[in-house]
Write a protein that binds this ligand. Structure first.
Ligand SMILES: Cc1cc2nc3c(=O)[nH]c(=O)nc-3n(C[C@H](O)[C@H](O)[C@H](O)COP(=O)(O)OP(=O)(O)OC[C@H]3O[C@@H](n4cnc5c(N)ncnc54)[C@H](O)[C@@H]3O)c2cc1C
Length: 324
């Protein structure tokens, strides 16, 4: 069995750029991803990606994917659930287990970003995709003229409310504070909208329904009173997390579960690299993920070159040493 040179997990800014670079360097490259675009799909407008005054996340991701495919990168749409070192290849390699299959590679690039945070209450799993959504821009239009609830209180939740008031007939804003904690101007704007009802000091305790979501049960954290509200949809807007549990026994993660990397995008495990929002790099932007995808691919290439006893690539065009 011939392993891939590199398997890249994640198909957004970091993973797609890694695939572009690795395949262009001649590495046999496979991207395994749940989607193309990741978090970039959650915004209609990216206005700060160099070279584009304005581009949708969908279009940007697909452009990078097409560029990677030009050089032979392969794509599988699946979810990775486990990684382990394997003895099934002629030399050291990794086994990547997905929901439906398994694959082998000499190196791995972890670029699986961040995912919306779950609320963790009864009924949430049952009604995911049946009324419960984590992406207002993606699913908001499905609730035209309906009653929806937004759970959350920061700018992300407030921007969702602002958008949904143009679509839904009524928007409940459920949050656990006296008033939403987002930026002052946004709070003022959202609370003045006539179809928004703020439900302060409230926490969701359960989602209920039959074949689809019909009610949310909330408890007032001061009076402890519980009430049921009829809704057609709920948008959970409480931030994003790195779902790194399946790699935490292999690579070091920090207390926010982000994968620790050095400046060459190497993780604590030789042959495994990481890039983008899944890492402990403090800034999270599409262009940063893309640049780290590039670094991770160059590092993976050099790692393989060293395994073969060949010279590594020095992509430093000013490589003349300065005299002290
Ligand atoms: C609403 C919103 C607006 C934003 N606006 C901007 C902006 O204007 N400008 C900007 O620069 N940045 C913006 N960002 C941030 C930007 O989208 C992220 O920094 C960028 O998408 C991170 O890219 P990434 O490749 O690191 O990861 P992500 O975009 O998080 O993508 C992760 C990828 O991994 C895949 N994946 C996850 N888990 C698995 C698994 N187990 N198996 C297989 N595949 C998996 C996902 O399907 C996805 O393809 C915004 C983010 C949001 C949420």
């Amino acid at each position: 069995m011939t392993p891939y040179d590199v398997i890249i997990i994640g198909g957004s800014a970091a993973g797609l750029t890694a695939a572009l670079y690795s395949s262009r360097l001649g590495l046999r490259s496979l991207v395994i991803t749940k989607d193309i675009g990741g978090q970039m799909l959650l915004t209609n407008e990216i206005q700060n990606y160099p070279g584009f005054v304005m581009i949708s996340g969908f279009e940007l991701a697909n452009k990078i994917k097409e560029q990677a495919e030009l050089y032979g990168a392969e794509f599988i749409y699946d979810e990775v659930i486990a990684l382990e070192e394997s003895k099934e290849c002629p030399s050291l390699c990794f086994k990547v287990k997905t929901r439906f299959d398994e694959y082998h590679a000499i190196t791995l690039i972890l670029a699986f970003g961040k995912t919306p945070r779950d609320l963790g209450v009864k009924g949430e799993d049952t009604f995911k995709g049946k009324g419960i959504s984590y992406c207002t821009i993606c699913d908001g239009p499905l609730f035209k003229g309906r009653i929806v609830a937004i759970i959350g209180s920061g700018d992300q939740a407030l921007e969702s409310a602002q958008y949904l008031t143009n679509v839904a007939s009524k928007v409940y804003l459920i949050h656990n504070y006296d008033k939403p904690i987002g930026s002052e101007e946004l709070v003022k704007q959202v609370l003045s909208l006539k179809n928004v009802e703020s439900l302060p000091n409230s926490k969701v305790i359960e989602f209920q329904g039959s074949s689809k979501l019909e009610k949310v049960l909330i408890q007032n954290t001061k009076s402890k009173e519980i009430k049921a509200i009829d809704i057609d949809g709920a948008f959970i807007e409480i931030g994003y997390v790195s779902k790194t549990d399946f790699v935490k026994d292999l690579v070091k993660v920090n207390d926010r579960k982000e994968i620790e990397i050095d400046k060459e995008c190497k993780t604590s495990y030789s042959g495994i690299f990481a890039a983008g929002d899944v890492t402990d790099f403090p800034y999270k932007q599409a262009v940063i993920s893309a640049s780290q995808g590039c670094i991770a691919a160059l590092s993976a290439y050099n790692y393989i070159q060293r395994l073969k006893g060949k010279a590594s690539l020095k992509a430093d065009w000013k490589a003349i040493k300065q005299k002290a």
